[in-house]
Structures are given as C-alpha cells and as structure tokens.
Design a binder for this molecule. Sequence first.
Ligand code: F6P
Length: 537
Amino acid sequence: MTDPTETPAWKALEKQCTAIAPIRELVDHDRSEYRTVLAGIEVDFSRQRIDLTGWQMLKELVDQCDVAQLRDRMLSGAHINTTEERAVLHTALRLPRDSKLFVDGIDVVREVHDVLDRMAILAENVRNGTWRGFSGERITSVVNIGIGGSDLGPVMAYQALLAYSDQSIAMHFVSNVDPTDLVETLKVCDPQTTLFIIASKTFTTTETISNAQQARDWVLADYPQQDHGGVVAQHFIALSTNAQFVADFGIDPVNMFGFWDWVGGRYSMDSAIGLSTMIAIGPKNFYDMLNGFHAVDLNFANEPWESNVAMQMGALAVWNRDFLKIETTAVLPYSQYLSRFPAYLQQLTMESNGKSVRVDGESVEYETGAIYWGEPGTNGQHSFYQLLHQGTSVVACDIIVIARAQRELGVQQDVLVANALAQASVLSLGISANQLADSGVPTQLIPHKVMPGNRPVSVILCSELTPYTLGVLVALYEHSTFVQGAIWGINSFDQWGVELGKKVATGISQSFADSTQVQKFDASTQYSINRYLDLRQ
Ligand code: F6P
C-alpha cells in the first residue's frame, strides 16, 4: 500500500510549504478557482494558505494516493473496513429508490427503502396521533436514548431543523450514563404519553442499555404486571442491527427498525438512527435531507478535482495538518441552529481519523487526524477567539454562514453575518504593526494589538438552513473525512481505540459491586477506587 510520504507529490509539497506566502499576500486578487457552488451551498477556500502550485500538487497527491480508487471501492460495497471485514456504504442510505446496488448478494436499495417506508409510516402515525400510548393517550414526548453516533447525529439534526419540526411533540435526547441525564429528562415527561426510541447499533452499549432499562422501569411502574408486554410494545421502539438483543430486551421485532453492519455509527444519522429526526420534521423533509446527502455523493463520485468539493476539502485538511503543521480545526457555525454541529463533527472526524497505524499495520510517520472542536459564532468570539487571533497555536477555521434566517429579527441576521465575514477576514489577514501605527495606535500598545493573521479559513455559505442543505453539509464533511483517511492510508471506519476503556470500566464497576474481588489495577487507579468507595457511602 502507498506510504503517502513516498509519493512525489508529498515530497514536492514538503518543499512547497516552506516557501508559501502569507495569506494576506495570496489574497491580493480574486481567487475564484478556490470557490465552488454545490447543491445550494458555496464553499470558499480562497482564504486557505495555499497557492496554485500547491493546489496542483494536492491534486497530484490525491491521484498518487489512489483516493478515487478507494472511493469507487467504497461506493461499490467492497469491504474497505478491513479490520472489521465490512463494507462501508453509508452512501447507499440515500440512494434514490430507482437505483440499483447489490452487495454481498443483497439488494441494498430495496432494503434501505423498505426501512425508510416503515419509518415513514411510524413517523406519520406518531405525528398525527394514530400511534397512541398504552392508555390511549396521544404521544407528546419522544425520548431518544443512544450515545455516540446513535445520539450526536439525531441531536444535531433536531437542533438544526427546529424550524421544520412539529412543536407539539417534545423531543428529548438522553445519552450519558450519568443517571441525572435520564432523571432530569423524565421530570418533564409523562409515562402515558412518552415514546422511547432505543438507538443502538449493537444494542450492547452500557450507557444506552442501562438508560433503556431505567426508562422501562419508569414506564412500567404505572401499570400492573399483566399489562407490561403491551406497555413496552406501545412505548418502546428499537433502532439496531441486533434483532436478538432487541427481542431479549422485550421490544417487539415489529417495532424494530434495522440497519446494517456497513453503516458505521458516526455515519448513521440518515439510517433508521434518524427516526427521531423523521418524527420531528416529517418524512418529506427527511427525504429532502437524504437528497442533499445524495447530491454531494454524486459530486464526490463523479466530478474532477476542479469541482469535487469534498476531495478538495479533504486534501486541504491534509495540507494544513501535515505541511502547515496545524493541529486543530475550529468549526464555527454562525447559526444557533447548528450549535451541536461541532460536537457531531468531533465524532465523525476524530473517531474516523484518530489513528496511528496504516491499513497494512505499519505505524505512520506523519500526522493524521486533526482535533476538531468549536462553538457557534458569535458566542465563541466572546470566549476563545482571543487565542485564535493572537495565541501561539495556529488553528484552522471553518466558518459556516447561513444567508437567509429562518426567523427574522430586525437587523440581527445582518449583524450575525457581518461578524462571520469580519472574523474570516481578520483571522486570515490580521493587522500589522505598520497598519496599527498608521491608524494612530500608541507605540507601546502596538505589539499587543498586532494580529498575525495567517489562520487558514474556509467559508461555507449556505443560502438557507433546510433539511436539504443539512444533508449537503454533513455529506461534505463525511467525504472530506474519507479523503483524509485515504491519503493517510488509515482505516477511517473502525474505532478500536475506544474498546480498552470500556473493558477497564467493566472491571472497575465489578470491583465497586464486590470490593473483595481481587483485581489487578495500578496503584493510582486502586487508590481512586478506594477513595470513591469511601466517599460514596
Ligand atoms: O464506543 C464508540 C461507539 O462504538 C461509537 O462508534 C458508536 O457510535 C457508539 O459507540 C454507540 O454504539 P451503539 O450504537 O452500538 O450503541
């Protein structure tokens, strides 16, 4: 397999990055070749610290690392998740009904649409009141219990599309095993009118299954034993790939919506895991969201470098990480609706590309996945932007702007967008000592006011935040994540790094339950266990 550092393009980029001009010099003309319009959004890379020579070399890097070949293998259902021997087919979740895709002998499109059709019926029934609780009451609260990919996508989408959601159904999300998460949620719910969606690909995740058990006890406490089967049937739905464990939990298979091992948790918000989204926004809007995803899939699958936005975005992320040595990327949505988008992207990018061995098991000798983080602007401006502007670490920034507000409040939308554009400009251009002196800043203050700029900024401008544009945005980041992993030669679709912590936590839990058990913990862990046992009494 290709070691990217051995490619001629990588070596050329290593030289190129030592000679790259600051952004303020690069943007002295209209850099239209770094802008692309795609499915209702405009992606502007003109404030990235790259010139046309570097841009061409990045294209060559993508070619020399065979990214397009891996993409085609992914799209055709090849088992590119080699450590789990699985296909990676989240793109199949948004294929139109009349498409054809057979993988491992399965008619994938038919199966996907069968589930979508069943979801649509359920969603409509909950929305129009046909689906009732056991006592005959209409459902007025839905609680999605899940964690990681079974939570972050649904929460993010719910927040993002609040303007499209049916406000007569209160939507809640419980993820944390911290009992207060569920307890506080249940305080505002009524067992007779609450529908629980237990979302777990594996149906073995401790956090989710413990919360689900507590929720089941809470609902059943209102009913005599002989009604319990019927109550669970009316108040619990499962989203999972594990039919057996769902049945063992007591949920009727009729109320289970399946998906497949080729849908990774962090790539699953448009699978059955999106049921809460569909209930909130309705099936038609959900299909619009899928169409947005699909529009980007088509761009990613078919367009050449010059108009392939995800390819460019992924390659630029590698440029920033490996050549400009930028360790983190701040995602800064200038939209309150997108407040959970950075958290969603953290799992997508960091669980995918936080790896240090290649697919062939060799250790990488270059940097891989950047740290992603962020908060909505303008809140971040009054918090951490100081470091973005004048700190010693350079942070790459993705600024997301929505042109048309869903809710107009006088001039506030203009103020919001003005701030976004101002930050894009200041982060990339900064202000020099000379400029400050020319504007009359006292000499002693000049060093404190100099802003180095040179922070690479992408501006993603969406005309409006609709279900369709949300699909476009998410798919763009999904494929950018793929491109980064493909260049680095890592497997972006497994997550072995999360396993050991789960195993050790199980051992520690056992020692809490039975402190006579001899467990081999290190001295610090044993000390903490003992202190906890003292304090919890
Ligand atoms: O532990 C990490 C992880 O496996 C994620 O990849 C996944 O999204 C999350 O846990 C939840 O898993 P599940 O949907 O199986 O409960």
